[in-house]
Design a protein around this ligand. Sequence first.
Ligand code: HEM
Length: 1171
Amino acid sequence: MLSQSFYLLGDAPASAKTIAADENASLDDLKDLIASHFAIVVADGVGFTRGDDALSNVKEILSSEEAIAISVDGHAVRAVPGPKGLPYIGNFFEVFPDHLGNHQRLFEKYGPVFQTTNMGGTIYHSNDPDIAAIAFAESDFFTKKITESHPLYGIKTPEAGVFLGDTDTPEWKVTHKFLPPALGPRAVRHYAPTMQKTIESAYKVFDELDSIGQSWNVYIYMLKLGSQAVAKLTLGMDMEHFAHKDAPVHEMVHLIAETLHLNKKVTSYGSWYANLPFGDPKLLRTKKARMEVLVEEQIAKAQSGGVEDLPLQEAAERAANMVDYAVRATDNRGEKLPKTSLREALVVATGAGFTTTSSLLSWLIYGLVTYPGVQEKLLQELVDNDFSDDMEITAEFTDKLVYLDRFIKETQRRHNPSFQPGRTAKADLILPGGYKVPKDTVIIPALHHIHNNPALWDNPAKFDPDRWDTPEVKNRHKAAYIPFAAGPRMCIGFNFALQEIKIFLPKLIYRYNFVKDGDETIEYDPMFQLIRPNNLPRSAISVSARTSQSVEPSHNITDTGNYAPLRGHMQALSPSYASRAHTSHAPAPVAFGAINTLHDDTHTRLDSERQRDLDEEQSGAELSFAARGQGNSNSGTPFYTGEQPGVTSLIDVREPLPRHIMLKPNPPSVIPQVDHDFLQRKGALSPLLMYSHQEVLRAYFHHVHPMLPILHLSKLQEFELPNAITPHGMLLYWSMAVVAVNFVPSDVWKAESFTSRKHMKDTMYNRAKCMYDNSGETDKEALLQAALLLSFWHSERDSHSQPWYWSGVAINWCQIIGLHRDPDAARVNPLVSPQRRDLWRQLWASCLVRDRWLSLTLGRPLRIRLSDCDMPFPILKDVLNDLDTLPARLRDLYVPKDLSVMVKHWVLLIQLSRILGDILSLFYQQLGKQPTLSQFDTLESELNAFVVPASLSAHPSPLASFSYYHLQLHLQATLITFYRPFVSTVPEGLSSGAEESWMARVRSRMESAATQSNGILDCIAREGLVSFATPTTPPLLVPAMHVHLLGCKSDNRLTRRLAFNKLEMCMTVMRELQKTHTSASIFCGVFGEAIRQLMPGPLDETIWGVTQIRRPSTAETMAPGNTQAANSDDFSPQPIVTDDILESLLNETSTYNFWESMNMPDQSFIDYKRC
Ligand code: HEM
């Protein structure tokens, strides 16, 4: 024995294995040995190479100093190739709807084995008969194991044993022992008379259709015929499908179809769902129970005459049907098929039997009307074999119908119903050609593509029954034609199917002339598990009865292939149809997405309109697929299917499905080079210096996160190192920076070479915006987070419209993902992970808060209608749940110690914002009704009940103190907003005479709230917390300032003076805020201007601190290099107020329309004058 190192060519030599081999062994023995070590399925293909040399001498191989590389069929070992595919949907759109055509294209592109992914599952396909034979063999390499990627996974039914169960199960073994004898050739022969009666019983209906000249839908009638025949054989059941022409499809056919559908749905949700006592699981149990009753009835019927135990074969040949057979059949150990297996197996066999045969019958009729001359030849053959309608058709007779046999074979070659029998790899292995196949891979020997492989079939697209008489076809590869699959798991019903067809077709052809009505091209159904005609409802067949004497026997049929012309009532094929027959088309790309449709002379001519329809159907199907829980992942890209009457809500047929589903996660797409270069040039891909980065991150998590918790704290890990942030992560990074820069020390913007904080903020915004527009980000949550953050950015250039714009974008994203709806409304939605659910609540609440306060400040309509929403509001634990998992290092550096206190304030703010929304929609609606006293009372009691706990922390940090004062400011602003409309008007329902005292009470509360605001500002200023103010702080001062401004109009000097004092205090703080927050500039400018109008003439400098409000022109503000206003870290006493802003404020119906206040009716002046 010699030891040698061997490795697979294509793998690294370092992976070599040392294998001991006999130096005297033959080359074949060595190949076998190596094949067994490397799981190479066919040892014959093993080759040995060293460098460029191929070695065939065993001694030389074993004594080589260098490790020996192993090739397979002359190839290096390689991964199976395949198209790249899109995130989540994979190659779905590249394959569907014309999966036959597109798989053919992929075979042409990638060779005999390729892989595709579809909705997360990967499948290998092969059109190689060698590989098909290996896969079907049920060996050490492959078996039928229905895993998640297997095409039958959705309807897997282990109890059935056959068809829908795995080979390696006791159920399959026992069922597979009992069932096949009942469908063997001898058993099937004795069913011939029953089959004959079945077709004869259908005459009545076809005759009627002929007599009234009505076209009929081939598939529906073939479905009736196929199921009638199969149910008679399997269940002994007469479905009475031909009692009259409109006879309904039998309950059992519906039950089978429905249970298959429900089963697919229920199994895909997991076992917890299957056990639910309601909904689909219940419906499935009801349907199954009903089927059991029907099958039990048949079993009881079979047993009623007394049952004689018989050996399997004898039972098979004597039984009236399969139920009858099963109750009698006894194996040599005296055992019978267990009743549970019997029930399921019979149902599955019935389903497998009728769906396939009805499709094949439809394609056969399609062939009759499509391929010129075929119908005539078949008829001629019958005549030549002395067929008569009243004769008994036997196997001996059908054996003589050679052309019929070829016609059936050629139809099954071109249009076989089954196309994707899957087998699963039992181990990591290497297929012929050197393809690596990992364990558990599902491979599909693609029946249609094997049957149409040009390497195996001459001119495969041509429908040519006569090819079956050629030596090439007679000597074909054993797996070149496998319509019923092959190996132990091949079809057990093929004898039955072929016999049925060979009885039905002659009877039909002899009696009727088939003509296709209309010239619509027939397409196959791309979404069915079988190839069946799709559009037959729009393309029907009519029959006309033949007269038996219309056809004369011919001579030399098989010799010459010239058939005598038929006479009588044969109708000509419609010219348009005939002209299309036999035209072969080259594969042509269709101009829709990635779909290419392979046109051939039979299956598909999907015109562009139809193609588009199918695309849309496909996306619908995809959503439906995901909504039904396929894939069952909770880590994908969120998608919200929408509500009634939205189109996607139709997915919901019987009971509500989850509206929130997860599409497969989008792998981070690569930013195209041109965009990458652009972003690079804009600086959007280069993070800040480490020092600035840490300060920005700290500022974000200390000042922004507690009042806008829209990120998981775990983001800190992702963002810890600036250079480790992915290109896509930069969108969120810059968006966070836009807000965080408000709070960083000034050496940060200096270190980054910005001329001011504002300059840095502008740049952060520009980078975020560049990323938003050019990075191709598809993560909707990230886009939403970015939009929310960008809504805190103001720019004078566009009249401060950015907050409204971006908050609208954020709300749109919310509604696109469906964050306004509770994903668990009906039941816990397993597709949404608990973590994600927490984040969604936070995102949603943040949008709501933003919406309410922006609407108040800007006097714009509310964009969120809470009556459409049921997303629960977040609670403290939602925000803090990942705090413990954060490394201590990051917690200490970035998380404020009083985070929980601040978050409690935020949770209260949500509650307050909800009340504010009610106030705005009830009292400020421009076209709304006059508010009533009871509405006023309800809201007032809600506001009275809203209490900000005095201290949520024993020794609050400055941050927590600010957060407390901030919430208080929100409360006072809400109170003023609430009372303000009633200073000049009373609600409906107030008793007359009470108006004056009521309004006085309201005014006093409003003024008290305004005064409280000043008190709070005083605390903020005294405790040195002004620098903690956020971009939302300046607007909170406005309601109080407005009240003070009204006080400035008082006739009473003292009142006026006090109001001026209070207003001045607010203005002082506002000017302080103006250093950092641009929005404060607007308020300074506007209030200054209002006062100037109110008090024309020289102002008392001691009161206003400014002698003249300067109003720079727009051009001046926008002039490049104008850093005076921008350099807001240095106090600029001039409020920045452009003509634009003033004008827009003058023209807008703002809640705080100061000019309206100036022109308030005299009554209000009088009130103030009285004070
Ligand atoms: C044109 C007609 C038919 C075609 C093309 C066809 C095709 C096939 C194919 C390809 C398979 C293998 C499926 C796989 O490996 O996943 C199969 C299995 C099977 N077929 Fe058919 N079939 C036909 C008719 C019938 C009929 C009439 C019956 C019963 C009355 C039947 C009963 C079955 C059963 C029980 C299996 C599962 C065998 C097992 O799991 O071991 N088939 N058929």
